[in-house]
Ligand binder design. Structure first.
Ligand code: GLC
Length: 711
């Protein structure tokens, strides 16, 4: 696929030479507070802290034309031609175009005739600005005058309000040009916003003097116009529209002249200044100071260098020298890059995901396992936050929203708390800081407020209380609202239906907790934990083995889930891999079960979650879930579950098979096998799942970027 993209591993980059891909291939740009994603075509979104509460610019997820709006730079030439270094938004043909994603920075370059324009987008550490670093090259023999227009469309910050109430709340804002700052400034101030006092001031400033501006999207675009040919750019003069209501945007015009054979570098800064309303006009002053500093000569280069160092430090922690370049690239570059993104965004926000899921509780525990050994302080801080989302009886929330108080959902997934000790163990293993277990952390009250405190160690032990209080008739943990497999709840009622996977996880963490108890010198607690582990082990051995693999659990009527006796879903992947990981059963059982996995679940693109898929509507009256066969929870290749099978084969010493499973999951290789038009997703990021062979879209990759697979 050399005519579409290629990797440049020395630069840690992917160069994309065909921009009209079947789906956006995104890169995340972030400093941990201000975040953006941008696609190879220039579509993208900017947000502050939370993609739900402070979504600064709009991105229309499922609308056509796809992948709009974004960070648009219009180039207007003297002959009236309007084009962009990115594929979006102008249809004007150019002679050459390429984009490059690297960790934390994306670069777009295009040439039309003798004029070349390059745009680099990045958010530097400690500076709340999306920097647009622009260079215009004139390869011709005569001086060339061009007008550049930078443009971004703002939203109403609170994404739900923007979606549901936009026609009311758009009367609560201002956009104007701040002369001293030479920036278009956006202030949103609807008092229903749940955290309006924390809302930032948003601005678009230019390095060069602004000769015209526009704050009104509809005036910029023109009636029934489109982003590709905005009225203001066609006129070559924006109308200087400041607004106190309407559809907000920021557009600025800066002309420049490039000598023959020369180049001119300039920049735009799309940024945020914290706490606009309570500290007004101080916030405005801070914005001006920030912009003045950003305009200092050499500043953009210094910020780029600082960003590069941040990523070097992250990526240099671990390096594997391998003869297999495709795997080495994933292990050394793109997988640890994606792990930073999932650490920040969990399952919430991407070019496909709306942001509504917040930080999944178990998901974030899982994601931090990949952060703990590279940035232990980050994993430690996240652990303390997650502990504050645990209730006194040991259960935890399923989704959390940092910075917001929400009453916990009374319905519980059995597995959420089980991931907590795994994360605590990983943090301790990296830091050796046993005293962490004595830190006090509040519990979460039923009203969403802190309720009482306990030590980290007490929090962790409360997990065992919760599980022991929720065992079923076979002695295995109840499914409740689901385990790692959400859809398994279809087999359960609140009081019946048991999960083998949760049982395996439970014995695994009981081993970890016991090790911690011993390190603390608490021999009595260690003995108690060992006894709980033996009891759970016996329960599994008594009912879990099906003959050639492990059962997945029991339904509300006591029938086995995942048994040869079942018509569908005879074998489920996780119960096999986790038997090995948790050390449940004999070596012979492990070998046999993993062989069954190979024979029944393996496909060209990886291991299916279960086999055979369950039929769904309209073929049956009461399906297991609404998922069509081969989709999602129902027989797709679930990439995250594949990672545990890889670990299991590695633990068994089956190196070749572990390697085969690892390799067939490498996105770049899966994409080649499926074909670009079928696979669609990025070749440098894992997806959550790939449609399985029982569906005619076999090979279509879904839920890109924000998946536990990365960790
Ligand atoms: C998705 C969800 C995750 C869940 C998994 C399996 O990846 O994000 O929370 O455990 O699906 O259902």
């Amino acid at each position: 696929m050399n005519n579409v993209y290629h990797f440049d591993d020395a630069r840690r980059s992917i160069v994309i030479t065909r921009q009209d891909l079947p789906a956006p291939w995104i890169n995340y740009l972030s400093n941990g507070h201000l975040h953006a994603f941008v696609s190879q075509a220039g579509g993208g979104c900017l947000w502050w802290q939370s993609p739900l509460l402070f979504r600064l610019t709009r991105y229309r997820l499922q609308h056509l034309p796809m992948d709009t709006p974004g960070f648009y730079l219009y180039v207007r030439e003297q002959d009236g031609a309007i084009w962009s270094p990115t594929l979006r938004p102008c249809a004007t043909p150019v002679d050459e175009r390429r984009s490059e994603h690297r960790p934390g920075i994306s670069t777009f370059a295009a040439r039309r005739g003798t004029l070349r324009v390059e745009l680099a987008l990045f958010i530097p550490p400690d500076e709340h600005t999306l920097v647009w670093d622009v260079t215009v090259y004139n390869d011709g023999t005569r001086a060339c005058a061009v007008d550049l227009f930078a443009y971004a469309e703002f939203g109403m910050l609170d994404w739900k309000q923007d979606t549901d109430w936009e026609y009311y709340v758009r009367h609560n804002l201002n956009v104007w040009l701040d002369e001293p700052g030479q920036a278009v400034v956006y202030l949103y101030h609807h008092h229903y916003h749940p955290r309006i006092m924390d809302a930032p001031l948003v601005w678009l400033g230019a390095a060069a003097p602004v000769v015209s501006f526009c704050g009104d999207r509809d005036a910029f675009i023109g009636p029934y116009g489109d982003e590709g040919r905005p009225a203001g750019v066609q006129r070559n003069r924006l109308g200087n529209e400041a607004i106190a209501c309407g559809e907000p945007c920021a557009a600025v015009q800066t002309p420049l002249e490039v000598p023959p054979g020369g180049r001119v570098r300039t920049a735009y800064f799309l940024g945020a200044t914290a706490a606009a309303l309570p500290h007004w006009p101080d916030a405005l002053g801070r914005m001006r100071a920030t912009l003045a500093a950003l305009r200092q000569p050499g500043r953009v280069d210094a910020l780029r260098a600082r960003l590069g160092r941040w990523w070097d430090e992250h990526l240099d922690v671990f390096h594997a020298a391998l003869p297999d370049a495709d795997c080495a690239r994933m292990i050394n570059i793109w997988n640890p890059v994606q792990s930073v993104h999932t650490g920040r965004y969990s399952r919430s926000f991407s070019s496909q995901a709306s942001g509504v899921r917040g930080m999944g509780f178990r998901d974030t525990c899982q994601d931090m396992l990949a952060i703990a050994y590279r940035k232990p302080a980050w994993a430690r801080a996240t652990l303390l936050y997650l502990l504050s989302q645990q209730l006194p009886d040991g259960r935890t929330v399923h989704e959390c929203f940092p910075g917001q108080q929400r009453a916990p959902d009374p319905h519980v997934h059995i597995d959420d708390p089980l991931w907590l000790p795994m994360l605590a163990y990983a943090v301790l293993a990296e830091t050796g800081e046993l005293a962490l277990l004595d830190c006090a952390v509040p519990y979460l009250g039923a009203d969403g407020r802190p309720a009482g405190t306990a030590t980290v160690w007490e929090h962790l032990l409360a997990v065992t209380d919760f599980i022991e209080a929720h065992l079923g008739e076979h002695g295995l943990p109840l499914i409740l609202l689901g385990d790692w497999n959400d859809s398994i709840r279809a087999f359960a009622t609140p009081a019946r239906g048991e999960s083998m996977f949760a049982a395996q996880q439970y014995v695994y963490i009981l081993g970890q907790l016991r090790a911690m108890a011993e390190l603390r010198g608490e021999s009595e607690t260690a003995r108690r934990l060992a006894a709980l582990r033996d009891k759970q082990m016996q329960a599994m051995l008594a009912c879990g083995w099906d003959g050639a693999w492990w059962r997945r659990g029991f339904d509300k009527d006591g029938n086995a889930i995942g048994s040869a006796a079942c018509a569908h879903g005879k074998i489920w992947i996780n119960a096999q891999s986790w038997a090995v990981i948790a050390g449940v059963g004999s070596r012979a059982q492990h070998e046999r079960a993993m062989q069954s996995v190979y024979e029944m679940l393996n496909t060209d693109f990886g291991l299916k979650k279960l086999h055979p898929s369950f039929p769904s509507w309209p073929d049956v009256a009461r399906p297991y879930s609404g998922y069509s066969p081969g989709c999602g929870e129902n027989g797709a290749v679930f990439c995250h579950a594949n990672t545990w099978a890889i670990i299991a084969e590695a633990l068994l010493g089956n190196a070749e098979r572990a390697w085969q499973y690892y390799r067939q999951l490498v996105p770049h290789l899966a994409l080649h096998k499926a074909g670009l038009e079928r696979y669609q997703a990025e070749p440098y990021a894992y997806v959550s799942n790939i449609v399985g062979p029982e569906n005619n879209k076999y090979g279509w990759a879904n839920v890109t970027q924000v998946t536990g697979t990365a960790a």
